[in-house]
Design a protein around this ligand. Structure first.
Ligand SMILES: NC(=O)c1ccc[n+]([C@@H]2O[C@H](COP(=O)([O-])OP(=O)(O)OC[C@H]3O[C@@H](n4cnc5c(N)ncnc54)[C@H](OP(=O)(O)O)[C@@H]3O)[C@@H](O)[C@H]2O)c1
Length: 261
C-alpha cells in the first residue's frame, strides 16, 4: 500500500510501455518488504536533462533505472560515475544521495555474467565470440575481461565500432586476447548475441549460423518470450542456449542494493 512514507524509484526510457523492469522491480520490493514503489517515466531525449534535474529535487526518490535510449546520455548529467560506468560509457541505474547528488553505475555486464553463472556456465578461460559493439556489448566485453575469459572476438556490423571497443577493452585487460573478426564464430566456446537483432520477428542473425559448432553455448541479450532467431538457429545446430531474461533478472537485486532500497 502506498502511503506518504513510501519511497519512490523511477525508470526513465523512451518508449517505456514495453519495459519489463517495473514488474520485476516492484515484485522484488514487495519480496524485500521494502516500502518503495518503482514508477515508469516516459522521457524523450530532449527532456532527459530537465527530468534528471527535477529528480534531484524529489527528496523521497531513492534512484532511477535508466533504459534505452538514455544510458549513454545520462552519464554527463551525473555527479559521480563508478569505474564500470566510466569504462562502458553508460549507466543503467542512478542513486540519489540525501543531498541530491546523483551517482550512476551499470550492471549489464555483471548481470549477464551472473545469469550465466546461475545456469551453471562460467566464462573463465573460455573463448567468447561477441556479436555487437553497442552499450550491452561493451558492458559484457568489460565484464568478460574482469571474469578472466581467455579470448574475446568482437564482430559488429559497423566494424570501426568493434575496433574501438576492442581497443578500450585491451587497455584494461592486457592478459586476455581481444580481437575483432567477421561473422564466423568457429573455435569459440561461448557465442553471444549482444546486438538488438531479435527484438523484431523475422530479424536476421548477426553471425554465420553455419559456423556454430554443436556443444557451443549460445547466449542472448535480447529478451523475448520465445527463442530469438539466434537461439532457434543455435538450438537447431545442437548448441546449448541461454536466454536474455536472466541478465535482467540478476540485475534487479544489484540495482535495488545500489539504490539502497
Ligand atoms: N537482457 C538484458 O538485461 C539487456 C540489457 C541491456 C540491453 N539488452 C538488449 O540488448 C540489445 C542491444 O542494446 P544496446 O543498448 O546495446 O543497443 P545499442 O547500443 O543501440 O547497440 C545495438 C547493436 O546492435 C547492432 N545492430 C542493430 N541493428 C542491426 C542490424 N540490422 N544488423 C546488424 N547489427 C545491428 C548495432 O550495430 P552497429 O554498431 O553497426 O549499429 C550495435 O552493435 C537490445 O535488444 C536491448 O534490449 C538486454
Amino acid at each position: 500500500v502506498i502511503s506518504g512514507r513510501t519511497a519512490v524509484l523511477a525508470i526513465l526510457g523512451d518508449p517505456i510501455a514495453h519495459a519489463r523492469a517495473p514488474g520485476l522491480v516492484n515484485a522484488a520490493l514487495a519480496e524485500r518488504g521494502c516500502d518503495a514503489v518503482l514508477v515508469p517515466m516516459h522521457v524523450a531525449s530532449d527532456g532527459l536533462a530537465a527530468a534528471v534535474r527535477g529528480l534531484r529535487m524529489v527528496r523521497n526518490l531513492k534512484g532511477a533505472v535508466v533504459t534505452m535510449p538514455h544510458k549513454t546520455a545520462v552519464v554527463t548529467l551525473l555527479d559521480e560515475v563508478t569505474p564500470e560506468g566510466r569504462q562502458v560509457g553508460a549507466c543503467n541505474v542512478v542513486r540519489r544521495e540525501p543531498d541530491g547528488r546523483l551517482v550512476g553505475t551499470i550492471y549489464d555486464g555483471d548481470g549477464f555474467i551472473a545469469g550465466l553463472a546461475r545456469a551453471g556456465h562460467g566464462v573463465r578461460g573460455r573463448r567468447v565470440f561477441l556479436a555487437g559493439a553497442g552499450g550491452a556489448a561493451a558492458a559484457i566485453a568489460f565484464a568478460l575481461g574482469k571474469e578472466g575469459a581467455a579470448v574475446l572476438t568482437i564482430h559488429n556490423r559497423t566494424a570501426a565500432r568493434a575496433e574501438g571497443l576492442a581497443a578500450r577493452v585491451r587497455a584494461v585487460w592486457p592478459r586476455g586476447e581481444v580481437r575483432t573478426g567477421g561473422p564466423d564464430a568457429r573455435e569459440h566456446d561461448v557465442v553471444v548475441n549482444a546486438t538488438s537483432l531479435g527484438m523484431k520477428a523475422g530479424d536476421a542473425v548477426p553471425l554465420d549460423v553455419g559456423s556454430l559448432a554443436p556443444g557451443t553455448l549460445a547466449a542472448e541479450v535480447v529478451i523475448s518470450d520465445g527463442p530469438t532467431p539466434f537461439l532457434a538457429a543455435a538450438a537447431e545446430r545442437g548448441c546449448a542456449i541461454h536466454h536474455g531474461r536472466p541478465m535482467l533478472v540478476e540485475q534487479i537485486g544489484l540495482m535495488l542494493d545500489f539504490m539502497g532500497a
